[in-house]
Write a protein that binds this ligand. Structure first.
Ligand SMILES: [Zn+2]
Ligand SMILES: [Zn+2]
Length: 355
C-alpha cells in the first residue's frame, strides 16, 4: 500500500512549486505598475530610475513572507499525511457484509482513503465484491455505507444507467436514460502526456525561494521595522496627548462658590436672577441642582429656556462644569436644572475630546 507520508524533500518541492507560481503572478503585477517610457527625456530619466523599484521591493517582502511560512506549512502537510497513514493502518475492516443481489458474504477488494474537506474528516473506504455475481458495495471504516449519488436525466428525471467502455488508453463513460437513450458521455484519457518543460523553473526557484540566510535577514529586518513603528507610534501618541493635556490644564477648575459667583454675574446680564445652587450630590461626578428666576417680563417659556441654556453653556465653556444634557425646565418664570462638575484629569480630557 502506497504511503501518504513522503520524504521532506517532496514537501519542500511542493512548497517551492507553489511559491514560483505565485511569485510569477505577483511579479507580473508589479511590473504592470511601472510607468511607460514616453520619449520625453526629463520624464523618462525619472521613470527609468523608478521603474522596477516597486517590483524589487514588492518581491522582497513577498518572498520573505513565503520563506517565513515555509517550515510551518511543511510541518502541517507532513502531519496531515502521517495521520492519513495512521488512519489507513488502524482502520478496522467492516465484517459481515452480504451481497444485496444473492445474499452471499462479500470480500474486500480495495481499501482507499477518502480525503475529507473543511467539514468532513478523512475516511477509509472499503469496496466489497460479491464472489458469485460480481456486484459491489462500499463501506467506510466508520461503518456507514458508501452511496454513489446517481445521476438523473435532465428531461424525465429517471436514474441514468452508467457503463464504461475502454479502447486502448481511453475510457468512455456512457450515461443512458431508459427512455431517452444515451444523453451524455465522458472521456478519460489514461495515456500520460509528457509534461511541458518549464525551462525557467530552476532560475525562478533560485530567485523566489530564498535561502535560509536571506530568510533570516528578512526576519530581522521585519523585527527592526516593527520595533521602529512601535517607537514612532509612541512618539505620535505623546504628541497627540500633549495637546490634549495642555487643553486640560487651561480649563478653569471652579469651586462651588466660584461657580455660583460666575453664574450670578453672567446670568443677571441676561435677565435671570436669584440663582439658588443646592448642595451637590456626591458621586463619581458632583451634580448640583439649581433654580433661577426669569426677571425679563414678556419672555415666554420657550425663549426663556433656550436663552438660559445658551447663556449657561457659554459661561461654563472654559470651566470644569457643564449643564446636564437634560437641559432646563420651566414653571411660571422659575427655571430648574442640574450642573455637573468634573474633577479628575482624565474626565476633563474626555470632556475636551468629546467637543
Ligand atoms: Zn452476489
Ligand atoms: Zn430521460
Amino acid at each position: 500500500m502506497e504511503k501518504h507520508l513522503k520524504s521532506e524533500q517532496y514537501y519542500i518541492d511542493r512548497y517551492d512549486r507553489m511559491t514560483v507560481d505565485l511569485m510569477r503572478i505577483k511579479e507580473k503585477f508589479f511590473l504592470d505598475c511601472d510607468t511607460k517610457i514616453t520619449g520625453n527625456k526629463n520624464e523618462d530619466e525619472f521613470k527609468r530610475a523608478t521603474n522596477g523599484l516597486f517590483k524589487d521591493l514588492g518581491l522582497y517582502f513577498e518572498t520573505g513572507e513565503r520563506y517565513l511560512e515555509k517550515s510551518e506549512t511543511i510541518r502541517q502537510w507532513m502531519d496531515e499525511d502521517k495521520k492519513r497513514d495512521e488512519l489507513m493502518e488502524s482502520a478496522k475492516t467492516p465484517v459481515g457484509i452480504f451481497c444485496l443481489a444473492c445474499n452471499k458474504e462479500m470480500s474486500v477488494e480495495t481499501k482507499t482513503l477518502h480525503i475529507g474537506n473543511l467539514n468532513t474528516e478523512d475516511k477509509v473506504l472499503f469496496i466489497f465484491r460479491c464472489g458469485s455475481c460480481r456486484k459491489g458495495r462500499g463501506f467506510f471504516h466508520t461503518g456507514e455505507e458508501f452511496k454513489a449519488t446517481p445521476e438523473h436525466c435532465d428531461k424525465c428525471g429517471k436514474v441514468l444507467d452508467k457503463t464504461h467502455k475502454r479502447e486502448e488508453e481511453k475510457i468512455t463513460t456512457y450515461y443512458k436514460c431508459p427512455e431517452h437513450g444515451v444523453i451524455k458521455t465522458y472521456e478519460y484519457d489514461m495515456e500520460s502526456k509528457p509534461e511541458e518543460v518549464d525551462s525557467n523553473y530552476e532560475t525562478d526557484r533560485d530567485r523566489f525561494c530564498i535561502s535560509d540566510e536571506a530568510g533570516q535577514e528578512y526576519l530581522s529586518f521585519k523585527i527592526r521595522t516593527d520595533q521602529l513603528q512601535k517607537v514612532l507610534r509612541k512618539i505620535e501618541d505623546r504628541e497627540a496627548n500633549q495637546e490634549l493635556y495642555d487643553k486640560v490644564a487651561s480649563i478653569k477648575k471652579l469651586s462651588i462658590v466660584e461657580l455660583e459667583n460666575l453664574l450670578v454675574s453672567k446670568l443677571e446680564e441676561q435677565g435671570y436672577i436669584k440663582l439658588e445652587l443646592k448642595t451637590p450630590e456626591q458621586g463619581r461626578h458632583v451634580i448640583a441642582p439649581f433654580n433661577i428666576r426669569d426677571a425679563k417680563s414678556g419672555r415666554e417659556e420657550y425663549d426663556s429656556k433656550k436663552q438660559l441654556e445658551k447663556a449657561i453653556k457659554k459661561t461654563l465653556e472654559t470651566t470644569n462644569w457643564r449643564l446636564m444634557s437634560s437641559g432646563v425646565s420651566y414653571r411660571l418664570g422659575m427655571l430648574f436644572g442640574e450642573l455637573r462638575g468634573y474633577e479628575k484629569e482624565d474626565d476633563l480630557a474626555k470632556l475636551i475630546a468629546k467637543k
